[in-house]
Design a protein around this ligand. Structure first.
Ligand code: ADP
Length: 473
């Protein structure tokens, strides 16, 4: 743990394992409630000095952290593959994405412009200015164990806030490696603090109820987000929530089915399907369903699951046994209700994968609304295909979910693309595009997918309070 500029390792510990091999990677501190409170205290003590630094000073430190992350890209990626499981090439992409947030907010912090507003009185002016929200408590998930941290810490630091971070218990080593960089570049003591803990509940409760915490930012499941938002509500702490998704992927009859299938094969199996923007319901018009399914099946069958450090491997394990069970249960339920399993559909236990949590990349067709996989977020390597025809109200079907994070549209008609874009209730929409994300654009969802946006200009506003002055001349 890193509290008030010092690494603590005297405390009780918990183990970290490689989800591909079961290898024991090491032990990390298991924070006590007292540790959490001292980290919050340190962040609170560091706030006056840090928030009085100039945007240029803060930018300089973020630029240095950005450079350092890029210099250590290879080592960070290897660590990520060992701790989280994604193949090395994907891990490198994530380190790059993580670095992008440091760079983006290093610059964005210099553009926290205020404004003057005309008054109805001639001898009067209004002035609007922004100030840091204060001490930020952040909770991050295991699926993107470095970029989800910089997506929160970079804007918070740029805005002049101080932070206490609790990463996921499955991936604390990535967080530790990143904090070593923050230390190395000279971010002052107490400005960034790291708490590693095996049971997240007491820490979450403390973050939500401690009066020294001004804001909670969370990325994870909708169930946990709801719990935290409820606990934070009585004291009106500011909250940002990036929660679950159940992305529809719409392939209209005028789309190129081969291109669309290639797109799905890339985005659906990214991170073994463990992404909140992963397509979870793939709707294909019946007239082009066959070439779409054939192409997708062909591509799935060439995927190579395994230890992500091995050359050629392009699909990693699931995070743990529970995740594996959930995927298995969804596939069994779908097949028992009439879905066809065209490939995959079982746990992989061959030599080299038997100690990890591998599930075969799977293609299900004839999926219907009564199946669990149609309603629940999957978080696994399963592509469920639903065919539709002109009688179906495809927009209502796509919107028929409690979630509103990502959606994808494949069509060659600009008019249809824009009309569909307008009607879909999702925060991030790819139009013939499987990667509608970047540090420069807002990421976040509607409905039960959360509150607020990360990245872009919006990302820094989440860490600022608005202050208005009326001035008599
Ligand atoms: P997932 O199902 O993707 O693991 P979670 O919401 O359980 O999503 O986990 C995301 C993050 O939330 C992790 O850092 C985890 O430790 C944390 N977390 C889970 N439950 C709680 C809780 N009750 N209070 C605070 N943090 C929690």
């Amino acid at each position: 743990m890193f509290i008030n500029g010092r690494w603590l390792s005297y405390c009780e510990q918990f183990p970290v394992y490689n989800p591909a091999t079961g290898e024991h990677l090491g032990n990390v501190c298991n924070a006590s409630l007292q540790d959490v409170q001292s980290a919050i205290h340190a962040a609170s003590d560091a706030l006056p000095a840090w928030s009085s630094t100039t945007a240029y000073q803060r930018s300089g430190l973020l630029h240095a952290a950005h450079e350092c992350v890029l210099q250590q890209k290879e080592e960070l990626a290897i660590l990520m593959t060992r701790e989280q499981g994604k193949p090395l090439a994907a891990a490198k992409n994530e380190v790059q994405y993580a670095a992008d947030f440091l760079l983006w907010f290093a610059e964005e912090g210099k553009r926290i412009y205020g404004e003057t507003i005309p008054s109805a009185r001639p001898d009067h002016r209004f002035l609007v200015q922004y100030q840091p929200v204060g001490v930020v408590a952040a909770i991050t998930p295991w699926n993107y164990p470095i970029s989800m941290i910089t997506r929160k810490i970079a804007p918070a630091l740029a805005a002049g806030c101080t932070i206490v971070l609790k990463p996921a218990e499955a991936t604390p080593l990535c967080a530790i490696a990143l904090f070593k960089i923050f230390e190395q570049v000279g971010i002052p003591a107490g400005v960034v603090n790291l708490i590693t803990v095996q049971n997240p509940r007491p820490t979450g409760k403390e973050f939500c109820t401690n009066p020294q915490v001004n804001k909670l930012t969370f990325t994870g499941s909708t169930a946990t987000g709801r719990l935290l938002a409820t606990d934070a509500a009585p004291s009106f702490k500011r909250v940002s929530m990036e929660l679950g998704g159940h992305a529809p992927f719409l392939v209209f009859e005028d789309a190129d089915p081969v291109r669309a299938a290639k797109g799905v094969s890339l985005v659906k199996f990214l991170n073994t399907g463990q992404a909140c923007i992963s397509p979870n319901r793939i709707f294909v018009h019946e007239t082009i369903a066959q070439p779409f399914i054939d192409t997708l099946k062909q591509r799935i069958e060439t995927m190579q699951p395994g230890n992500g450090l091995k050359p050629g491997v392009n699909i990693g394990p699931l995070v743990n046994a529970e995740a594996l069970d959930k995927v298995q249960q969804q596939v069994e339920d779908a097949v028992s209700r009439g879905a066809k399993c065209l490939c995959g559909g079982q746990r992989l236990m061959e030599a080299g994968m038997d100690k990890g949590y591998f599930y075969a990349p799977t293609l299900l067709t004839e999926v219907t609304p009564d199946m669990l996989i149609y309603k629940e977020e999957t978080f696994g390597p399963v592509a469920p295909i639903i065919t539709f025809n002109d009688q179906d109200d495809i927009i209502s079907m796509a919107n028929d979910t409690e979630y509103g994070l990502a959606a994808y549209i494949y069509t060659q008609s600009l008019s249809r693309a824009m009309k569909t874009f307008d009607l879909l209730h999702f925060g991030i929409i790819g139009i013939n595009d499987i990667n509608p994300t970047s540090a420069a654009v807002p990421f976040g969802g509607m409905k039960n997918s959360g509150l607020g946006r990360e990245g872009a200009r919006e990302g820094i506003m989440e860490y600022l309070e608005t202050k208005c002055a009326g001035i008599m001349l």
